[in-house]
Design a protein around this ligand. Structure first.
Ligand SMILES: *[C@@H]1O[C@H](CO)[C@@H](O)[C@H](O)[C@H]1NC(C)=O
Ligand SMILES: *[C@@H]1O[C@H](CO)[C@@H](O)[C@H](O)[C@H]1NC(C)=O
Ligand SMILES: *[C@@H]1O[C@H](CO)[C@@H](O)[C@H](O)[C@H]1NC(C)=O
Length: 366
Protein backbone atom coordinates (compact mmCIF):
# COMPACT_ATOMS: atom_id res chain seq x y z
CA UNK A 1 0.00 0.00 0.00
CA UNK A 2 2.65 2.63 0.93
CA UNK A 3 4.36 1.86 -2.38
CA UNK A 4 1.22 2.60 -4.32
CA UNK A 5 0.75 5.83 -2.34
CA UNK A 6 4.24 7.04 -3.14
CA UNK A 7 3.74 6.24 -6.76
CA UNK A 8 0.57 8.29 -6.71
CA UNK A 9 2.25 11.35 -5.22
CA UNK A 10 5.19 11.15 -7.59
CA UNK A 11 2.81 11.11 -10.51
CA UNK A 12 0.93 14.09 -9.15
CA UNK A 13 4.18 16.01 -8.68
CA UNK A 14 5.30 15.22 -12.20
CA UNK A 15 1.99 16.43 -13.58
CA UNK A 16 2.39 19.69 -11.67
CA UNK A 17 5.81 20.26 -13.18
CA UNK A 18 4.64 19.54 -16.68
CA UNK A 19 1.81 22.00 -16.20
CA UNK A 20 4.17 24.70 -14.95
CA UNK A 21 6.55 24.17 -17.82
CA UNK A 22 3.69 24.28 -20.32
CA UNK A 23 2.45 27.56 -18.90
CA UNK A 24 5.94 29.00 -19.06
CA UNK A 25 6.50 27.86 -22.64
CA UNK A 26 3.09 29.04 -23.83
CA UNK A 27 3.88 32.54 -22.51
CA UNK A 28 7.00 32.70 -24.63
CA UNK A 29 5.39 31.33 -27.74
CA UNK A 30 2.70 33.96 -27.40
CA UNK A 31 5.24 36.78 -27.47
CA UNK A 32 6.05 36.03 -31.07
CA UNK A 33 2.56 37.03 -32.04
CA UNK A 34 2.72 40.52 -30.60
CA UNK A 35 2.68 42.42 -33.88
CA UNK A 36 1.14 39.84 -36.13
CA UNK A 37 -1.91 39.51 -34.05
CA UNK A 38 -4.22 37.10 -35.81
CA UNK A 39 -6.73 34.47 -34.87
CA UNK A 40 -4.02 31.87 -34.96
CA UNK A 41 -1.72 33.78 -32.65
CA UNK A 42 -3.33 32.37 -29.53
CA UNK A 43 -3.51 28.83 -30.72
CA UNK A 44 -0.73 27.62 -28.46
CA UNK A 45 -2.16 28.58 -25.13
CA UNK A 46 -5.46 26.99 -24.38
CA UNK A 47 -8.30 26.68 -22.01
CA UNK A 48 -8.76 23.59 -19.93
CA UNK A 49 -12.26 23.02 -18.68
CA UNK A 50 -12.46 22.11 -15.04
CA UNK A 51 -8.95 23.34 -14.36
CA UNK A 52 -8.36 27.04 -14.28
CA UNK A 53 -4.68 26.97 -15.07
CA UNK A 54 -4.50 29.76 -17.60
CA UNK A 55 -5.48 33.02 -15.99
CA UNK A 56 -5.92 36.18 -18.04
CA UNK A 57 -3.19 38.62 -17.15
CA UNK A 58 -4.14 41.96 -15.62
CA UNK A 59 -4.44 44.64 -18.25
CA UNK A 60 -2.35 47.69 -18.74
CA UNK A 61 -4.40 50.85 -19.08
CA UNK A 62 -6.15 51.17 -22.42
CA UNK A 63 -5.07 54.01 -24.63
CA UNK A 64 -8.46 54.99 -25.88
CA UNK A 65 -10.30 57.89 -24.30
CA UNK A 66 -13.65 56.27 -25.09
CA UNK A 67 -12.83 53.54 -22.62
CA UNK A 68 -12.13 55.86 -19.71
CA UNK A 69 -14.59 54.21 -17.31
CA UNK A 70 -12.44 51.09 -17.18
CA UNK A 71 -9.19 53.01 -17.03
CA UNK A 72 -7.80 51.17 -14.02
CA UNK A 73 -4.10 50.74 -14.63
CA UNK A 74 -2.96 47.15 -14.17
CA UNK A 75 -6.03 46.08 -12.24
CA UNK A 76 -8.87 43.88 -13.27
CA UNK A 77 -11.90 45.95 -12.28
CA UNK A 78 -14.30 44.67 -9.68
CA UNK A 79 -17.57 43.16 -10.82
CA UNK A 80 -19.38 46.39 -9.91
CA UNK A 81 -16.94 48.58 -11.87
CA UNK A 82 -17.14 46.35 -14.86
CA UNK A 83 -20.92 46.21 -14.72
CA UNK A 84 -20.89 50.02 -14.76
CA UNK A 85 -18.77 50.02 -17.91
CA UNK A 86 -21.06 47.49 -19.53
CA UNK A 87 -24.17 49.45 -18.56
CA UNK A 88 -22.65 52.63 -20.02
CA UNK A 89 -21.82 50.86 -23.25
CA UNK A 90 -25.32 49.45 -23.51
CA UNK A 91 -26.86 52.85 -22.77
CA UNK A 92 -24.79 54.47 -25.48
CA UNK A 93 -25.73 51.70 -27.89
CA UNK A 94 -29.44 52.17 -27.36
CA UNK A 95 -29.11 55.97 -27.64
CA UNK A 96 -27.26 55.68 -30.94
CA UNK A 97 -29.79 53.12 -32.18
CA UNK A 98 -32.44 55.82 -31.71
CA UNK A 99 -30.50 58.42 -33.71
CA UNK A 100 -32.45 58.75 -36.92
CA UNK A 101 -29.59 60.22 -38.95
CA UNK A 102 -27.58 57.04 -38.38
CA UNK A 103 -30.51 54.73 -38.98
CA UNK A 104 -29.29 53.47 -42.33
CA UNK A 105 -26.06 52.33 -40.75
CA UNK A 106 -27.32 50.97 -37.47
CA UNK A 107 -30.70 49.38 -38.14
CA UNK A 108 -29.96 46.00 -39.57
CA UNK A 109 -32.71 43.43 -39.52
CA UNK A 110 -32.24 39.92 -38.20
CA UNK A 111 -31.58 38.30 -41.58
CA UNK A 112 -30.28 34.85 -42.45
CA UNK A 113 -26.84 36.49 -42.77
CA UNK A 114 -27.02 37.68 -39.16
CA UNK A 115 -28.38 34.34 -37.89
CA UNK A 116 -25.44 32.66 -39.64
CA UNK A 117 -23.05 34.75 -37.54
CA UNK A 118 -24.52 33.69 -34.21
CA UNK A 119 -23.45 30.47 -32.50
CA UNK A 120 -25.52 28.56 -30.00
CA UNK A 121 -24.50 26.91 -26.76
CA UNK A 122 -27.74 25.35 -25.55
CA UNK A 123 -26.21 23.65 -22.56
CA UNK A 124 -25.37 26.97 -20.95
CA UNK A 125 -27.88 29.15 -22.77
CA UNK A 126 -25.37 31.34 -24.56
CA UNK A 127 -25.44 33.05 -27.96
CA UNK A 128 -22.23 34.39 -29.41
CA UNK A 129 -22.09 36.61 -32.50
CA UNK A 130 -18.86 36.12 -34.36
CA UNK A 131 -16.90 39.21 -35.40
CA UNK A 132 -13.53 38.34 -36.97
CA UNK A 133 -10.15 39.70 -35.87
CA UNK A 134 -10.84 40.07 -32.18
CA UNK A 135 -9.82 36.66 -30.91
CA UNK A 136 -13.10 35.04 -31.88
CA UNK A 137 -11.61 31.67 -32.61
CA UNK A 138 -10.82 31.45 -28.91
CA UNK A 139 -14.42 32.11 -27.92
CA UNK A 140 -15.64 29.56 -30.41
CA UNK A 141 -13.27 26.97 -28.98
CA UNK A 142 -14.49 27.71 -25.48
CA UNK A 143 -18.09 27.20 -26.61
CA UNK A 144 -17.29 24.04 -28.58
CA UNK A 145 -15.85 22.53 -25.41
CA UNK A 146 -18.85 23.65 -23.36
CA UNK A 147 -21.17 22.03 -25.90
CA UNK A 148 -19.32 18.79 -25.33
CA UNK A 149 -18.07 17.68 -28.76
CA UNK A 150 -14.49 17.92 -27.41
CA UNK A 151 -13.33 17.82 -23.84
CA UNK A 152 -10.50 20.35 -24.09
CA UNK A 153 -9.64 23.28 -26.34
CA UNK A 154 -6.37 21.59 -27.35
CA UNK A 155 -8.21 18.59 -28.76
CA UNK A 156 -10.09 20.65 -31.33
CA UNK A 157 -8.31 20.37 -34.68
CA UNK A 158 -7.86 23.77 -36.37
CA UNK A 159 -9.88 22.73 -39.41
CA UNK A 160 -12.82 21.74 -37.22
CA UNK A 161 -13.09 25.05 -35.34
CA UNK A 162 -14.86 26.63 -38.30
CA UNK A 163 -16.59 23.48 -39.53
CA UNK A 164 -20.00 23.72 -37.96
CA UNK A 165 -21.15 20.39 -39.28
CA UNK A 166 -18.56 18.65 -37.15
CA UNK A 167 -17.77 20.81 -34.15
CA UNK A 168 -21.10 20.67 -32.35
CA UNK A 169 -21.46 24.44 -32.30
CA UNK A 170 -24.58 25.12 -34.37
CA UNK A 171 -25.44 28.40 -36.01
CA UNK A 172 -28.65 30.06 -34.90
CA UNK A 173 -29.79 29.90 -38.54
CA UNK A 174 -29.97 26.10 -38.32
CA UNK A 175 -32.90 26.26 -35.89
CA UNK A 176 -36.62 26.82 -36.49
CA UNK A 177 -38.11 30.33 -36.17
CA UNK A 178 -39.67 29.42 -32.81
CA UNK A 179 -36.42 28.02 -31.48
CA UNK A 180 -34.60 31.14 -32.66
CA UNK A 181 -37.05 33.51 -31.00
CA UNK A 182 -36.89 31.62 -27.73
CA UNK A 183 -33.11 31.74 -27.66
CA UNK A 184 -32.88 35.38 -28.68
CA UNK A 185 -35.19 36.37 -25.86
CA UNK A 186 -33.83 34.20 -23.06
CA UNK A 187 -30.14 33.37 -23.65
CA UNK A 188 -27.05 35.31 -22.60
CA UNK A 189 -25.85 37.13 -25.73
CA UNK A 190 -22.51 38.79 -26.45
CA UNK A 191 -19.99 39.79 -29.06
CA UNK A 192 -16.66 41.62 -29.23
CA UNK A 193 -15.72 44.75 -31.18
CA UNK A 194 -12.60 46.83 -31.72
CA UNK A 195 -11.72 50.19 -33.26
CA UNK A 196 -13.37 50.04 -36.72
CA UNK A 197 -10.40 51.35 -38.71
CA UNK A 198 -7.87 49.22 -36.88
CA UNK A 199 -10.09 46.27 -37.56
CA UNK A 200 -10.06 47.00 -41.30
CA UNK A 201 -6.27 47.24 -41.26
CA UNK A 202 -6.12 43.92 -39.47
CA UNK A 203 -8.47 42.30 -42.01
CA UNK A 204 -6.47 43.75 -44.90
CA UNK A 205 -3.19 42.44 -43.51
CA UNK A 206 -4.58 39.04 -42.70
CA UNK A 207 -6.48 38.40 -45.91
CA UNK A 208 -4.51 40.27 -48.58
CA UNK A 209 -0.94 40.64 -47.34
CA UNK A 210 -0.27 37.44 -45.43
CA UNK A 211 -2.76 35.46 -47.47
CA UNK A 212 -2.44 31.99 -46.06
CA UNK A 213 -2.27 29.20 -48.60
CA UNK A 214 -5.55 27.69 -47.49
CA UNK A 215 -7.48 30.87 -48.34
CA UNK A 216 -6.40 31.48 -51.95
CA UNK A 217 -9.65 33.19 -52.99
CA UNK A 218 -8.69 36.50 -51.37
CA UNK A 219 -5.67 36.93 -53.59
CA UNK A 220 -7.01 35.21 -56.69
CA UNK A 221 -10.64 36.30 -56.83
CA UNK A 222 -11.41 39.16 -54.50
CA UNK A 223 -8.26 41.27 -54.84
CA UNK A 224 -8.29 41.38 -58.68
CA UNK A 225 -12.00 42.29 -58.69
CA UNK A 226 -11.39 45.20 -56.32
CA UNK A 227 -8.32 46.38 -58.21
CA UNK A 228 -10.14 46.31 -61.53
CA UNK A 229 -12.88 48.49 -60.21
CA UNK A 230 -11.08 50.81 -57.82
CA UNK A 231 -7.43 51.26 -58.76
CA UNK A 232 -6.90 54.58 -60.48
CA UNK A 233 -4.50 53.23 -63.05
CA UNK A 234 -3.58 49.68 -63.77
CA UNK A 235 -2.40 47.35 -66.44
CA UNK A 236 -4.53 44.25 -66.52
CA UNK A 237 -1.60 41.93 -67.07
CA UNK A 238 -0.18 43.05 -63.77
CA UNK A 239 -3.21 42.63 -61.54
CA UNK A 240 -2.38 39.59 -59.50
CA UNK A 241 1.32 40.34 -59.28
CA UNK A 242 0.98 43.81 -57.78
CA UNK A 243 -1.45 42.70 -55.06
CA UNK A 244 -4.16 44.71 -53.39
CA UNK A 245 -3.08 48.08 -51.97
CA UNK A 246 -4.68 49.43 -48.83
CA UNK A 247 -5.81 52.40 -50.94
CA UNK A 248 -7.78 50.12 -53.30
CA UNK A 249 -9.36 48.43 -50.31
CA UNK A 250 -10.37 51.75 -48.73
CA UNK A 251 -11.96 52.98 -51.96
CA UNK A 252 -13.91 49.74 -52.29
CA UNK A 253 -15.09 49.83 -48.67
CA UNK A 254 -16.20 53.46 -48.91
CA UNK A 255 -18.26 52.90 -52.04
CA UNK A 256 -21.56 52.06 -50.38
CA UNK A 257 -23.64 51.71 -53.52
CA UNK A 258 -21.03 50.47 -55.97
CA UNK A 259 -19.83 47.55 -53.89
CA UNK A 260 -23.22 45.90 -53.40
CA UNK A 261 -23.02 43.70 -56.45
CA UNK A 262 -19.40 42.75 -55.75
CA UNK A 263 -20.24 41.88 -52.17
CA UNK A 264 -22.89 39.44 -53.34
CA UNK A 265 -20.24 37.72 -55.45
CA UNK A 266 -17.77 37.65 -52.57
CA UNK A 267 -20.27 35.72 -50.43
CA UNK A 268 -19.39 34.98 -46.81
CA UNK A 269 -15.89 36.39 -47.13
CA UNK A 270 -17.23 39.89 -46.59
CA UNK A 271 -17.67 39.08 -42.90
CA UNK A 272 -14.09 40.27 -42.50
CA UNK A 273 -14.96 43.85 -43.44
CA UNK A 274 -18.71 44.55 -43.31
CA UNK A 275 -19.73 46.62 -40.29
CA UNK A 276 -20.35 45.13 -36.87
CA UNK A 277 -23.91 46.36 -37.18
CA UNK A 278 -24.33 44.28 -40.33
CA UNK A 279 -22.82 41.21 -38.69
CA UNK A 280 -24.70 41.21 -35.39
CA UNK A 281 -27.73 43.56 -35.74
CA UNK A 282 -27.15 45.13 -32.30
CA UNK A 283 -30.10 47.52 -32.61
CA UNK A 284 -32.50 44.60 -33.06
CA UNK A 285 -30.94 42.01 -30.80
CA UNK A 286 -30.46 43.07 -27.20
CA UNK A 287 -27.02 41.76 -26.39
CA UNK A 288 -26.16 41.55 -22.71
CA UNK A 289 -22.53 42.47 -23.28
CA UNK A 290 -20.51 44.02 -26.07
CA UNK A 291 -16.90 43.40 -25.15
CA UNK A 292 -14.09 45.60 -26.44
CA UNK A 293 -10.94 44.08 -27.82
CA UNK A 294 -8.96 46.99 -26.35
CA UNK A 295 -10.06 45.93 -22.85
CA UNK A 296 -10.30 42.21 -23.48
CA UNK A 297 -8.07 41.42 -20.52
CA UNK A 298 -10.80 42.81 -18.27
CA UNK A 299 -13.78 41.91 -20.41
CA UNK A 300 -13.05 38.23 -21.03
CA UNK A 301 -13.14 37.02 -17.40
CA UNK A 302 -16.21 39.11 -16.66
CA UNK A 303 -18.05 37.84 -19.73
CA UNK A 304 -17.36 34.28 -18.60
CA UNK A 305 -18.70 35.16 -15.18
CA UNK A 306 -21.75 36.96 -16.52
CA UNK A 307 -22.49 33.96 -18.76
CA UNK A 308 -22.18 31.67 -15.72
CA UNK A 309 -19.32 29.60 -17.10
CA UNK A 310 -16.32 31.03 -15.25
CA UNK A 311 -16.11 27.90 -13.10
CA UNK A 312 -15.89 25.70 -16.19
CA UNK A 313 -13.48 27.50 -18.50
CA UNK A 314 -11.08 30.40 -18.56
CA UNK A 315 -10.06 32.54 -21.48
CA UNK A 316 -6.59 31.81 -22.88
CA UNK A 317 -3.76 34.11 -21.91
CA UNK A 318 -3.68 37.26 -23.99
CA UNK A 319 -0.17 38.23 -25.12
CA UNK A 320 0.60 41.59 -23.49
CA UNK A 321 0.14 44.71 -25.61
CA UNK A 322 -1.52 43.14 -28.62
CA UNK A 323 -5.01 44.37 -27.89
CA UNK A 324 -3.99 47.99 -27.44
CA UNK A 325 -5.07 50.58 -30.00
CA UNK A 326 -2.06 51.68 -32.06
CA UNK A 327 -2.56 55.13 -33.53
CA UNK A 328 0.87 55.08 -35.18
CA UNK A 329 -0.15 52.02 -37.15
CA UNK A 330 -3.45 53.58 -38.21
CA UNK A 331 -1.68 56.78 -39.31
CA UNK A 332 0.86 54.76 -41.21
CA UNK A 333 -1.74 52.80 -43.17
CA UNK A 334 -3.82 55.87 -44.03
CA UNK A 335 -0.90 58.12 -44.96
CA UNK A 336 -1.02 58.80 -48.69
CA UNK A 337 -4.73 58.04 -48.95
CA UNK A 338 -6.84 61.01 -49.98
CA UNK A 339 -9.01 62.78 -47.39
CA UNK A 340 -11.96 62.24 -49.69
CA UNK A 341 -11.52 58.46 -49.62
CA UNK A 342 -10.96 58.42 -45.87
CA UNK A 343 -14.08 60.54 -45.25
CA UNK A 344 -16.12 58.21 -47.43
CA UNK A 345 -14.82 55.27 -45.48
CA UNK A 346 -15.69 57.00 -42.24
CA UNK A 347 -19.18 57.79 -43.51
CA UNK A 348 -19.72 54.12 -44.11
CA UNK A 349 -18.30 52.95 -40.77
CA UNK A 350 -19.45 55.81 -38.53
CA UNK A 351 -22.38 53.71 -37.31
CA UNK A 352 -19.87 51.37 -35.68
CA UNK A 353 -17.80 54.25 -34.27
CA UNK A 354 -20.90 55.73 -32.62
CA UNK A 355 -22.60 52.53 -31.50
CA UNK A 356 -19.57 51.27 -29.62
CA UNK A 357 -18.16 54.56 -28.39
CA UNK A 358 -15.01 54.79 -30.48
CA UNK A 359 -13.91 58.39 -31.02
CA UNK A 360 -14.02 59.51 -34.64
CA UNK A 361 -10.47 59.52 -36.07
CA UNK A 362 -10.24 63.29 -36.53
CA UNK A 363 -6.50 63.07 -37.06
CA UNK A 364 -7.28 61.34 -40.37
CA UNK A 365 -10.36 63.26 -41.42
CA UNK A 366 -9.22 66.88 -41.08
C1 LIG B 1 -26.94 61.62 -34.40
O1 LIG B 1 -25.79 61.33 -35.19
C2 LIG B 1 -25.30 62.44 -35.88
C3 LIG B 1 -24.21 61.96 -36.82
O2 LIG B 1 -23.13 61.45 -36.14
C4 LIG B 1 -24.80 63.48 -34.88
O3 LIG B 1 -24.28 64.59 -35.55
C5 LIG B 1 -25.95 63.88 -34.00
O4 LIG B 1 -25.50 64.75 -32.97
C6 LIG B 1 -26.62 62.66 -33.36
N1 LIG B 1 -27.83 63.06 -32.70
C7 LIG B 1 -28.07 62.79 -31.42
C8 LIG B 1 -29.39 63.24 -30.90
O5 LIG B 1 -27.25 62.26 -30.72
C1 LIG C 1 -30.57 56.21 -46.11
O1 LIG C 1 -30.90 55.36 -47.18
C2 LIG C 1 -31.78 55.96 -48.12
C3 LIG C 1 -32.18 54.90 -49.12
O2 LIG C 1 -31.13 54.08 -49.42
C4 LIG C 1 -31.10 57.17 -48.74
O3 LIG C 1 -31.94 57.77 -49.67
C5 LIG C 1 -30.73 58.16 -47.64
O4 LIG C 1 -30.00 59.23 -48.18
C6 LIG C 1 -29.90 57.48 -46.57
N1 LIG C 1 -29.74 58.39 -45.47
C7 LIG C 1 -28.57 58.62 -44.91
C8 LIG C 1 -28.58 59.55 -43.76
O5 LIG C 1 -27.54 58.09 -45.30
C1 LIG D 1 2.46 50.39 -33.48
O1 LIG D 1 2.59 50.20 -34.85
C2 LIG D 1 3.86 50.59 -35.36
C3 LIG D 1 3.78 50.54 -36.88
O2 LIG D 1 3.18 49.37 -37.33
C4 LIG D 1 4.92 49.67 -34.78
O3 LIG D 1 6.19 50.00 -35.27
C5 LIG D 1 4.89 49.81 -33.27
O4 LIG D 1 5.76 48.88 -32.68
C6 LIG D 1 3.48 49.57 -32.72
N1 LIG D 1 3.46 49.93 -31.32
C7 LIG D 1 3.04 49.09 -30.38
C8 LIG D 1 3.03 49.61 -29.00
O5 LIG D 1 2.70 47.94 -30.63
Amino acid sequence: MPGAMRHHWLLLGACGWVLLILMFVSKFISFRAVDDYGERAWGQSGTVPGAKVVKPIPASSPEKPALKPSDQPSLVPTVADWQLVTDKRNELLSTVCQNSSLRNLTHVSISKFVLDRIFVCDKHKILFCQTPKVGNTQWKKVLIVLNGAFSTVEEIPENVVHDHEKNGLPRLSSLTPQEITLRLSTYFKFFIVRDPFERLISAFKDKFVKNPRFEPWYKHDIAPAIIRKYRKSHRDSNLAASGLHFEDFVRYLGDTEGRRRMDRQFGEHIIHWVTYAELCAPCKIHYNVVGHHETLEQDAPHILKAAGIDQLVSYPTIPPGITRYNRTKVEHYFSGISKRDIRRLYTRYQGDFHLFGYPSPDFLLN
